[in-house]
Design a protein around this ligand. Structure first.
Ligand code: GUN
Length: 304
Protein backbone atom coordinates (compact mmCIF):
# COMPACT_ATOMS: atom_id res chain seq x y z
CA UNK A 1 0.00 0.00 0.00
CA UNK A 2 2.78 2.38 0.89
CA UNK A 3 4.45 1.57 -2.43
CA UNK A 4 1.27 2.40 -4.36
CA UNK A 5 1.00 5.75 -2.62
CA UNK A 6 4.56 6.51 -3.69
CA UNK A 7 3.95 5.53 -7.29
CA UNK A 8 1.07 7.98 -7.56
CA UNK A 9 2.74 10.77 -5.62
CA UNK A 10 3.58 13.49 -8.16
CA UNK A 11 6.16 14.88 -5.77
CA UNK A 12 8.15 11.66 -5.52
CA UNK A 13 11.75 12.72 -5.19
CA UNK A 14 14.58 11.65 -7.46
CA UNK A 15 17.94 11.36 -5.72
CA UNK A 16 20.41 12.34 -8.42
CA UNK A 17 23.11 9.69 -8.31
CA UNK A 18 26.26 11.51 -9.40
CA UNK A 19 28.43 8.63 -8.27
CA UNK A 20 26.87 6.07 -10.63
CA UNK A 21 26.64 8.51 -13.50
CA UNK A 22 30.29 9.48 -13.11
CA UNK A 23 31.25 5.80 -13.01
CA UNK A 24 29.38 5.15 -16.24
CA UNK A 25 30.97 8.16 -17.97
CA UNK A 26 34.45 7.31 -16.68
CA UNK A 27 34.11 3.81 -18.15
CA UNK A 28 33.28 5.38 -21.52
CA UNK A 29 36.44 7.49 -21.35
CA UNK A 30 38.47 4.40 -20.44
CA UNK A 31 37.15 2.57 -23.51
CA UNK A 32 37.89 5.53 -25.75
CA UNK A 33 41.42 5.89 -24.40
CA UNK A 34 42.08 2.22 -24.85
CA UNK A 35 41.16 2.56 -28.57
CA UNK A 36 43.65 5.41 -28.96
CA UNK A 37 46.37 3.42 -27.24
CA UNK A 38 45.63 0.38 -29.42
CA UNK A 39 46.13 2.60 -32.49
CA UNK A 40 49.62 3.47 -31.26
CA UNK A 41 48.95 6.89 -29.73
CA UNK A 42 50.43 8.05 -26.44
CA UNK A 43 48.17 8.28 -23.39
CA UNK A 44 46.48 11.58 -22.41
CA UNK A 45 48.47 13.31 -19.68
CA UNK A 46 47.19 15.52 -16.86
CA UNK A 47 49.59 17.52 -14.71
CA UNK A 48 48.56 18.91 -11.33
CA UNK A 49 50.32 21.29 -9.00
CA UNK A 50 49.60 21.24 -5.29
CA UNK A 51 51.17 23.88 -3.08
CA UNK A 52 51.14 23.29 0.67
CA UNK A 53 49.59 20.73 2.96
CA UNK A 54 45.87 21.53 2.98
CA UNK A 55 44.17 18.23 3.87
CA UNK A 56 41.15 18.58 1.59
CA UNK A 57 43.29 19.68 -1.37
CA UNK A 58 45.62 16.72 -0.87
CA UNK A 59 42.64 14.37 -0.89
CA UNK A 60 41.20 15.98 -4.04
CA UNK A 61 44.51 15.76 -5.89
CA UNK A 62 45.00 12.14 -4.84
CA UNK A 63 41.54 11.27 -6.16
CA UNK A 64 42.28 13.04 -9.45
CA UNK A 65 45.42 10.89 -9.74
CA UNK A 66 43.38 7.73 -9.11
CA UNK A 67 40.80 8.79 -11.69
CA UNK A 68 43.55 9.28 -14.29
CA UNK A 69 44.91 5.87 -13.48
CA UNK A 70 41.48 4.27 -13.87
CA UNK A 71 40.81 5.70 -17.33
CA UNK A 72 44.35 5.12 -18.63
CA UNK A 73 45.67 8.69 -18.49
CA UNK A 74 49.20 9.46 -17.37
CA UNK A 75 49.37 11.95 -14.53
CA UNK A 76 52.11 13.96 -12.87
CA UNK A 77 51.57 15.68 -9.55
CA UNK A 78 53.99 18.40 -8.47
CA UNK A 79 53.73 18.69 -4.69
CA UNK A 80 55.40 21.94 -3.61
CA UNK A 81 56.12 23.19 -0.09
CA UNK A 82 53.87 25.90 1.31
CA UNK A 83 56.71 28.47 1.23
CA UNK A 84 57.28 28.08 -2.52
CA UNK A 85 57.57 31.55 -4.05
CA UNK A 86 55.09 32.75 -6.62
CA UNK A 87 57.91 33.06 -9.18
CA UNK A 88 58.96 29.45 -8.64
CA UNK A 89 55.39 28.37 -9.24
CA UNK A 90 55.12 30.55 -12.37
CA UNK A 91 58.36 29.04 -13.70
CA UNK A 92 57.02 25.54 -13.22
CA UNK A 93 53.77 26.48 -15.01
CA UNK A 94 55.83 27.92 -17.90
CA UNK A 95 57.81 24.72 -18.27
CA UNK A 96 54.63 22.61 -18.29
CA UNK A 97 52.99 24.98 -20.81
CA UNK A 98 55.79 24.28 -23.24
CA UNK A 99 55.78 20.51 -22.77
CA UNK A 100 53.94 19.19 -25.79
CA UNK A 101 53.19 15.85 -24.15
CA UNK A 102 51.00 17.39 -21.44
CA UNK A 103 47.35 17.87 -22.32
CA UNK A 104 45.99 19.40 -19.15
CA UNK A 105 47.36 21.44 -16.25
CA UNK A 106 45.58 22.35 -13.05
CA UNK A 107 46.82 24.26 -10.03
CA UNK A 108 44.83 23.07 -7.04
CA UNK A 109 43.09 25.93 -5.21
CA UNK A 110 43.15 27.50 -2.71
CA UNK A 111 46.74 28.69 -2.94
CA UNK A 112 48.73 29.92 0.08
CA UNK A 113 47.95 33.53 1.00
CA UNK A 114 51.23 34.96 -0.36
CA UNK A 115 50.20 33.99 -3.90
CA UNK A 116 47.95 35.88 -6.30
CA UNK A 117 45.45 33.28 -7.53
CA UNK A 118 44.49 35.18 -10.68
CA UNK A 119 48.10 35.75 -11.66
CA UNK A 120 48.79 32.03 -11.26
CA UNK A 121 45.72 30.70 -13.09
CA UNK A 122 46.19 33.30 -15.85
CA UNK A 123 49.68 31.90 -16.43
CA UNK A 124 48.35 28.52 -17.56
CA UNK A 125 48.22 28.30 -21.36
CA UNK A 126 44.52 28.42 -22.38
CA UNK A 127 44.90 25.32 -24.54
CA UNK A 128 45.81 23.14 -21.53
CA UNK A 129 43.68 25.05 -18.99
CA UNK A 130 41.37 22.11 -18.34
CA UNK A 131 39.94 23.87 -15.25
CA UNK A 132 38.61 26.56 -17.59
CA UNK A 133 39.82 29.35 -15.28
CA UNK A 134 41.87 31.36 -17.81
CA UNK A 135 40.22 34.62 -18.98
CA UNK A 136 40.33 33.38 -22.58
CA UNK A 137 38.32 30.30 -21.65
CA UNK A 138 35.97 32.26 -19.37
CA UNK A 139 35.47 34.73 -22.24
CA UNK A 140 34.65 31.90 -24.62
CA UNK A 141 32.16 30.52 -22.11
CA UNK A 142 30.37 33.86 -21.83
CA UNK A 143 30.23 34.08 -25.64
CA UNK A 144 28.93 30.50 -25.84
CA UNK A 145 31.97 29.44 -27.85
CA UNK A 146 33.71 26.10 -27.60
CA UNK A 147 35.86 26.07 -24.45
CA UNK A 148 36.80 24.09 -21.37
CA UNK A 149 33.85 24.44 -19.04
CA UNK A 150 35.03 24.29 -15.41
CA UNK A 151 34.66 20.80 -14.01
CA UNK A 152 31.91 21.42 -11.43
CA UNK A 153 29.55 23.44 -13.67
CA UNK A 154 30.19 20.95 -16.47
CA UNK A 155 29.36 18.02 -14.18
CA UNK A 156 26.15 19.71 -13.05
CA UNK A 157 25.05 20.35 -16.64
CA UNK A 158 25.67 16.67 -17.43
CA UNK A 159 23.56 15.60 -14.43
CA UNK A 160 20.67 17.88 -15.36
CA UNK A 161 20.74 16.47 -18.88
CA UNK A 162 21.02 12.82 -17.86
CA UNK A 163 18.11 13.15 -15.44
CA UNK A 164 16.00 15.15 -17.90
CA UNK A 165 15.55 18.01 -15.43
CA UNK A 166 13.49 20.72 -17.13
CA UNK A 167 15.42 23.96 -17.38
CA UNK A 168 13.93 25.84 -20.33
CA UNK A 169 11.94 28.82 -19.09
CA UNK A 170 12.47 27.75 -15.48
CA UNK A 171 13.65 30.06 -12.73
CA UNK A 172 17.10 29.03 -11.50
CA UNK A 173 18.59 30.60 -8.40
CA UNK A 174 22.35 30.20 -8.01
CA UNK A 175 23.60 30.95 -4.50
CA UNK A 176 27.30 31.87 -4.58
CA UNK A 177 29.23 33.88 -7.17
CA UNK A 178 32.64 32.20 -7.15
CA UNK A 179 34.70 32.02 -10.33
CA UNK A 180 34.84 28.23 -9.93
CA UNK A 181 31.13 27.50 -9.63
CA UNK A 182 28.52 30.25 -9.16
CA UNK A 183 29.45 32.61 -11.95
CA UNK A 184 30.07 30.01 -14.71
CA UNK A 185 26.96 28.11 -13.56
CA UNK A 186 24.80 31.21 -13.94
CA UNK A 187 26.16 31.75 -17.46
CA UNK A 188 25.50 28.15 -18.46
CA UNK A 189 21.96 28.08 -17.08
CA UNK A 190 21.06 31.29 -18.93
CA UNK A 191 22.56 30.35 -22.31
CA UNK A 192 20.27 29.27 -25.14
CA UNK A 193 19.26 25.61 -25.50
CA UNK A 194 19.01 22.66 -23.18
CA UNK A 195 20.21 22.33 -20.45
CA UNK A 196 19.92 26.09 -20.04
CA UNK A 197 17.47 28.74 -21.23
CA UNK A 198 16.57 29.36 -17.60
CA UNK A 199 15.83 32.73 -16.06
CA UNK A 200 18.74 33.05 -13.66
CA UNK A 201 19.06 34.93 -10.38
CA UNK A 202 22.49 34.95 -8.78
CA UNK A 203 22.52 35.49 -5.01
CA UNK A 204 25.49 36.16 -2.72
CA UNK A 205 26.45 37.28 0.77
CA UNK A 206 24.91 40.73 0.28
CA UNK A 207 21.63 39.52 -1.17
CA UNK A 208 18.75 40.92 0.89
CA UNK A 209 15.93 38.59 1.82
CA UNK A 210 17.48 35.50 0.22
CA UNK A 211 14.41 33.41 0.92
CA UNK A 212 12.28 35.68 -1.29
CA UNK A 213 14.42 34.41 -4.20
CA UNK A 214 14.94 30.77 -3.24
CA UNK A 215 11.28 30.22 -2.37
CA UNK A 216 10.15 31.01 -5.93
CA UNK A 217 12.92 29.08 -7.70
CA UNK A 218 12.31 25.94 -9.75
CA UNK A 219 16.00 25.04 -9.49
CA UNK A 220 18.32 26.07 -6.65
CA UNK A 221 22.07 25.57 -7.07
CA UNK A 222 23.82 26.21 -3.79
CA UNK A 223 27.59 26.78 -3.66
CA UNK A 224 28.44 28.75 -0.53
CA UNK A 225 30.61 26.35 1.49
CA UNK A 226 28.40 26.61 4.61
CA UNK A 227 27.18 23.22 5.82
CA UNK A 228 23.38 22.81 5.68
CA UNK A 229 22.88 26.44 4.66
CA UNK A 230 19.81 25.77 2.49
CA UNK A 231 16.87 24.43 4.52
CA UNK A 232 13.57 22.89 3.51
CA UNK A 233 11.60 26.01 4.44
CA UNK A 234 13.61 28.08 1.96
CA UNK A 235 12.40 26.33 -1.21
CA UNK A 236 9.04 25.74 -2.82
CA UNK A 237 7.44 22.31 -3.12
CA UNK A 238 8.66 20.57 -6.24
CA UNK A 239 12.00 22.41 -6.45
CA UNK A 240 15.18 20.81 -7.80
CA UNK A 241 18.18 21.29 -5.49
CA UNK A 242 21.78 20.93 -6.64
CA UNK A 243 24.21 20.89 -3.72
CA UNK A 244 27.78 21.87 -4.57
CA UNK A 245 29.09 22.09 -0.99
CA UNK A 246 31.57 19.59 0.40
CA UNK A 247 32.74 20.82 3.81
CA UNK A 248 34.66 18.60 6.21
CA UNK A 249 33.22 18.67 9.71
CA UNK A 250 34.73 16.89 12.71
CA UNK A 251 33.20 13.49 13.33
CA UNK A 252 33.73 10.57 15.63
CA UNK A 253 34.82 8.10 12.93
CA UNK A 254 38.06 6.61 11.60
CA UNK A 255 38.75 9.58 9.32
CA UNK A 256 37.96 12.11 12.04
CA UNK A 257 35.65 14.02 9.70
CA UNK A 258 32.57 13.66 7.55
CA UNK A 259 31.43 15.58 4.49
CA UNK A 260 28.52 17.99 4.70
CA UNK A 261 26.76 19.62 1.80
CA UNK A 262 25.43 23.17 1.64
CA UNK A 263 21.90 21.76 1.55
CA UNK A 264 20.18 20.30 4.59
CA UNK A 265 19.17 17.12 2.76
CA UNK A 266 16.81 15.80 5.44
CA UNK A 267 14.66 18.89 5.60
CA UNK A 268 14.65 19.31 1.80
CA UNK A 269 14.22 15.79 0.50
CA UNK A 270 10.46 15.54 0.89
CA UNK A 271 9.87 18.93 -0.65
CA UNK A 272 11.92 18.43 -3.80
CA UNK A 273 11.31 16.63 -7.08
CA UNK A 274 15.05 16.04 -7.38
CA UNK A 275 18.07 16.61 -5.15
CA UNK A 276 21.76 15.72 -5.17
CA UNK A 277 23.18 14.00 -2.08
CA UNK A 278 26.52 14.70 -0.39
CA UNK A 279 28.60 12.65 -0.80
CA UNK A 280 27.75 11.00 -4.12
CA UNK A 281 26.21 13.92 -6.00
CA UNK A 282 28.13 16.79 -7.56
CA UNK A 283 31.58 15.69 -6.25
CA UNK A 284 32.07 12.64 -8.49
CA UNK A 285 30.74 14.57 -11.48
CA UNK A 286 33.32 17.30 -10.88
CA UNK A 287 36.01 14.66 -11.04
CA UNK A 288 34.54 13.37 -14.27
CA UNK A 289 34.50 16.92 -15.71
CA UNK A 290 38.26 17.18 -15.38
CA UNK A 291 38.80 13.89 -17.20
CA UNK A 292 36.44 15.02 -19.94
CA UNK A 293 38.33 18.27 -20.45
CA UNK A 294 41.71 16.55 -20.45
CA UNK A 295 40.53 14.09 -23.09
CA UNK A 296 39.17 16.99 -25.13
CA UNK A 297 42.53 18.74 -25.06
CA UNK A 298 44.34 15.51 -25.98
CA UNK A 299 42.05 14.88 -28.95
CA UNK A 300 42.56 18.44 -30.16
CA UNK A 301 46.31 18.13 -29.92
CA UNK A 302 46.50 14.79 -31.67
CA UNK A 303 43.74 15.58 -34.18
CA UNK A 304 41.74 12.54 -33.07
N1 GUN B 1 39.61 23.81 -5.62
C1 GUN B 1 38.29 23.59 -5.46
N2 GUN B 1 37.72 23.26 -6.63
C2 GUN B 1 38.70 23.29 -7.56
C3 GUN B 1 38.71 23.05 -8.96
O1 GUN B 1 37.71 22.75 -9.60
N3 GUN B 1 39.94 23.19 -9.57
C4 GUN B 1 41.05 23.54 -8.88
N4 GUN B 1 42.19 23.67 -9.57
N5 GUN B 1 41.06 23.77 -7.59
C5 GUN B 1 39.89 23.65 -6.92
Amino acid sequence: MVILLHIFDPQMVTIIDGKSLAQKLRRKIKEEVSKYLDSGNRAPHLAAILVGEDGASRTYVASKERDCDFVGFDSTVHRLPVDTSENELLDLIDSINSNDNIDGLIVQLPLPKHMDTSKVTDAIAPKIDVDGFHPVNVGRLTKNEDTYISATPFGIIMMLEEYGIETIGKHCVVIGRSNIVGRPMSILMSRGGYPGDSTVTICHRNTENLISHTSVADIVIVAVGIPHFLKGDMVKKGAVVIDVGITRVDADNAKGYELRGDADFNSLVNKCTAITPVPGGVGPMTRYGLLHNTLKSYKRKLNL
